[in-house]
Design a protein. Sequence first.
Lengths: 431, 431
Amino acid sequence: LEQGARERVLELVEPLHEADLADLLEQLDADERAMLVRVLGRDLDPYALTELEEGVRDEVLEAMAPEDLAAAVKELDADDVVYLVEDLDEDEKARVLQALDPVERVAVEKSLTYPEDTAGRLARHEIVTAPPFWTVGQMIDAMREAEELPDDFHDVVLIDPKVEPVGLVPLSRIMAAPRATRLEDIKREEMHVLRADTSVEDVAYAFQKYRMLTAPVVDADGRLVGVIEFEDAAELIDDEAEEDLKLLAGVGDEELSDSVFETAKARFPWLFVNLLTAILASIVIAQFDRVIEQIVALAVLMPIVASMGGNAGTQTLTVAVRALATRDLTPANAWRIIRREALVGLANGLAFAVIVSGVGLIWYGDPTLGLVLAAAMVINLVAAALAGILIPIGLDKLGADPALASGTFVTTVTDVVGFFAFLGLAGALML
Amino acid sequence: LEQGARERVLELVEPLHEADLADLLEQLDADERAMLVRVLGRDLDPYALTELEEGVRDEVLEAMAPEDLAAAVKELDADDVVYLVEDLDEDEKARVLQALDPVERVAVEKSLTYPEDTAGRLARHEIVTAPPFWTVGQMIDAMREAEELPDDFHDVVLIDPKVEPVGLVPLSRIMAAPRATRLEDIKREEMHVLRADTSVEDVAYAFQKYRMLTAPVVDADGRLVGVIEFEDAAELIDDEAEEDLKLLAGVGDEELSDSVFETAKARFPWLFVNLLTAILASIVIAQFDRVIEQIVALAVLMPIVASMGGNAGTQTLTVAVRALATRDLTPANAWRIIRREALVGLANGLAFAVIVSGVGLIWYGDPTLGLVLAAAMVINLVAAALAGILIPIGLDKLGADPALASGTFVTTVTDVVGFFAFLGLAGALML
């Protein structure tokens, strides 16, 4: 990447798609990255900036010469610029905004007035609108005469004199209809209007549920302020499932490009919570140290009870978290699902009770030990089922994300119940 | 829902969106569901059928009178019918297909010739095409004269005389351009063509990566056979993250409407695998029963080492599985990521070593016990990191889904290494 090789680099980078260039930038280390950014200069595809992970993006923006950055943001649409600048500090943000032409700057600043993670921030503020009484012919002529149209839009938004949205007309229908047709006669059968303060979670849910392509966004008075297109919402839908996955595993918003120190620091708190709950389980075991001293087999077998409970609890928890996210689990069917999970826990508890009593019998030749293991298994799998479903429902009721830390809560319950049931029963029946 | 109340039911169901009607059907039990389907008869919104979970859908299709089912499928687009019938048995499928008019039947049958989970099956086969030399005016006139256009499409596909796709023209650009403009002059800068035998995973990945709205699908000779629109692909992208989540937790394709027996049966195999690995961990403990007999504190503290390892391993695993799914983890950066994870494991291992040595010291007043606990913690968190990254990469190399059962493999490693390191070091240093 050193001197003179600039042309060779350009030759290599030129044919890359913006997403591939972003991948390349992410895979380099910080020094190589800064060098590539400086070598590319104004030839860096601005769209690649929108594809970068947050950490890398900030580094790249910092490495760019101010005039190159200004040139880059000029090429982007307003919603991409918003995405790019929203996490910058105020100085950087002002610098980028100054590079924009006044019309676009107003659009970006308007977006930025809405809080992050709301429909207002997410929406595109360049909208193609028309009164409902316009004909297809008038609409086509108006669009053809417009100085600039958004590049990819799917629907024309019909508005009344109060600028309230009253319908959506897909471009494909405008194409298919005779010029004299009135727009309101070919509007979509349904329209779901979102308020600007709707959370992105609810935006994602609405798009997923109603399979809509375009949703008008309105302010508190019902006036149209923007539109959200399906492709903007789709990314959110994807993010939701990934977020659940990461929350359940105790991984935050980390990225592959994060440093060792950042990553270790981000994962530490979760591990620390887990340590506290593990110590809690150890305290339960410590209550039975006399029993273990006399029957060491208990120490050998007790992880089986805890591990099975942890696994069964995680199964139920995963189903519950996703069902809450997709709103398939509602107050209306919660009791039915809780009962079902408890019965599933009981059924598998009984099945594994039979198996592990055999293990206890064959390994140690002690039918009472087998019986204790079996009883503890049934108790723990039912407890696992109840914890797996009640904890996320409880978190949801409290307004927290049902995936947050619920894995740790559930395994705490299964560890404590498992050790207590197994060692307690052993102490009562075997001494 | 009994006699005479049909009108009341219709009144209640009529205003429901198809997705809400589907939710309602899913929340009822099997008998109520069948009754509602029979009561609704021909007034059942056919689009609700496409929104149902698989198990419920089959029940509903079975409960419908043949003539109602025939009427319903006639209203749907070909790709919805494909989705509806692909899991039916042959008799049912033939019955539904016979209800279609010949043109649509051919389209459905054509889709069904492609294997499930491929681009060919997923694609829409009604396509709007044009030669590249057509003008915007010709295109608009042709569309307006066409007997039927697909309801929601975003791009016109430009094809050459060999029916090979050569470009995509967004409707919004056709709208904005003067009538004399040639289509090829306003085509999209990029087009990513998919082969009909591309797996749906690769389709989802391509749409996610290149943020495209429409992808032409071609046969082995490069001829256009269909198009996939963003909204069809988006569902797949979502499914991928959800699938990873469920595979990691050992939950299959289950649905909230599954019975207790079905659910318990589906979750049993995973729990059984976990039992085998838990027994393996118990065998490791059993090797040290003499040591435990003399120092019961070991039995009390050993779950801490195992639990911390399991948690740290799951963190790394989750990051690795998602990075493989989004193809951010590639052979090019694998070694860097493996090194990073090992160092993160070492860093947190050292941090927790300090903490747990304090726990050992304060609880049991034994510095050697604290040292043993600390050393086992470092060893196990490094092992957890390596298992968490190497197991999914290995599964991926073998062509398996990296999420499949990897959670169990990882916790097996952390249990075995954790117990062995802790009890082995204790045996060597404390007796």
